[in-house]
Design a protein around this ligand. Structure first.
Ligand SMILES: [Fe+2]
Length: 445
């Protein structure tokens, strides 16, 4: 059986854990919003993103809706602003025009909500109702804030001007990967989860999936590898692109990953305000699904399906069981994966040998979100919980599923089963990929 750290906590310790997780997310939100002045907080840095001050108050508003009003049964603090911070009522591009709370007001509001929530947490039952079991509602809000912290980090990356965020560089590689690809054996494996306490509705339920044997890249595609595709004319050769991808490449005049620019015979990139040579050994980041797909075709490969990705990440051939994470069931630490904005870039390939899966696949969690070839839909037996707008309304759109989290994703919002999704043209998020290919009869012995 899979063991979950939360299951071992008694109610008092679970409350302490929830309070600490809420606090950790808030410190990050504060760092991301205190790093810039009020002008930068209210400005829209890209039409793809909200002003940072919207994200901040939206985090507080969701927390108020779920934890103060629903779980706590308390009176609303600011019912009047609910519609301003409802993501479904206002597309991101329109948000700067709304009568939003200003920076000081937004900070005051989220602080007031949090005080009430900590009070609710002292006495709320953490069982007896699905929303409360093992602190799910609190866990959902922790994840929500952390997800917006990643969104805010992406806004920072789009912001012009000098650097305001600082972090240690990622660790150097400690191993040289012996093989470029790993053979993932064919057969059934358990995908998704029915037991992970904070798993969201789209990760549920656990179900068996039959996956044919295939080869999966040992590591994400690096900048050095991707630069070869660019330099050998990949962006001017329609044969590698899908017809939709090629039309997008033409229309958006794509020539390289977002934030790359040519400088003589080398590539430079702008990263959180710093202009630097593109590091060859780090996973490529800021590529759309279409670019990932074109690269894979050029390399004679393809993108993995979502089920293939998860099998490569979680399946343990010795036990036949699916692990919570590639390395096992323990929560991520700094030795396992580049998560949690500890570093402000992906880490070089070979930097996280302790995070490898039983099959020997590296850096599945953290570094870069990985595009898969799969659309976003519900697993067999899916039920929307706690609301349709979390996942259900996105099923069947033109989205592609992304897996594994990035350097900007917190461990609380990332699991072996965690599913992210976005439009195939998006590249302002921290996205990369790895390739796969079918196994031939000779591979199978
Ligand atoms: Fe949100």
């Amino acid at each position: 059986m899979t063991t979950h750290p939360l299951e071992e906590l008694d109610q008092a310790r679970l409350r302490d854990h929830l309070a600490a997780e809420l606090q950790r997310g808030r410190e990050r939100s504060r760092r991301l919003t205190d790093a810039v002045d009020d002008d930068d907080l209210v400005r829209q840095h890209s039409r793809l993103m909200s002003p940072l001050v919207w994200d901040l108050a939206h985090v507080g508003n969701q927390e108020e809706l779920w934890l103060v009003r629903d779980v706590g049964g308390m009176r609303p603090l600011r019912e009047d602003i609910d519609q301003l911070y409802d993501a479904f009522q206002h597309p991101r591009a329109d948000r700067p025009q709304l009568p939003l709370l200003g920076p000081a007001e937004a900070r005051g509001y989220v602080g007031e909500v949090r005080d009430k929530v900590l009070h609710v947490l002292e006495s709320a039952p953490l069982e007896g109702r699905r929303l409360l079991d093992q602190g799910f509602a609190f866990g959902m809000i922790v994840q929500h804030e952390q997800q917006h912290d990643e969104t805010m980090l992406a806004t920072h990356q789009l912001r012009a001007g000098s650097p305001v965020l600082h972090a240690d560089p990622p660790p150097a590689p400690t191993v040289r990967l012996q093989r470029p690809e790993v053979l993932v054996p064919g057969g059934r494996f358990t995908m998704g989860t029915s037991t992970e306490p904070w798993a969201l509705d789209n990760e549920r339920p656990a179900h068996e999936v039959d996956v044919a044997a295939f080869w999966l890249d040992t590591a994400p595609v690096t900048n050095g590898e991707y630069a070869r595709f660019v330099d050998e004319g990949g962006y001017s050769q329609p044969q590698w692109w899908s017809s939709t991808g090629w039309a997008y490449r033409q229309e958006a005049s794509l020539e390289a990953p977002l934030f790359w620019r040519r400088d003589g015979d080398r590539w430079m990139r702008r990263r959180f305000g710093v202009l630097e040579p593109v590091p060859a050994d780090q996973p490529v980041v800021h590529v759309s699904f279409h670019e990932a797909q074109a690269y894979a075709a050029w390399a004679g490969k393809r993108l993995p399906t979502e089920a293939e990705w998860e099998k490569g990440a979680r399946f343990d051939p010795d036990t036949g069981r699916s692990r919570r994470f590639p390395w096992g069931d323990a929560d991520p630490t700094a030795e396992h994966a580049n998560l949690g904005q500890r570093h402000l870039s992906p880490a070089p390939v070979g930097a996280y040998p302790l995070g490898a899966s039983p099959l020997g696949v590296h850096q599945l969690m953290g570094d870069v979100w990985e595009w898969t070839s799969s659309g976003f839909s519900g697993y067999p037996g899916f039920t929307a919980f706690p609301y349709d707008e979390y996942s259900l309304v996105f099923f069947g759109g033109d989205y592609r599923v992304l897996r594994g989290g990035s350097f900007g994703t917190d461990a609380a919002a990332c699991r072996g089963t965690f599913r992210n999704w976005d439009h195939p043209v998006r590249r302002q998020i921290f996205t990369g990929f790895r390739c796969a290919r079918d196994a031939g009869p000779t591979d199978l012995g």
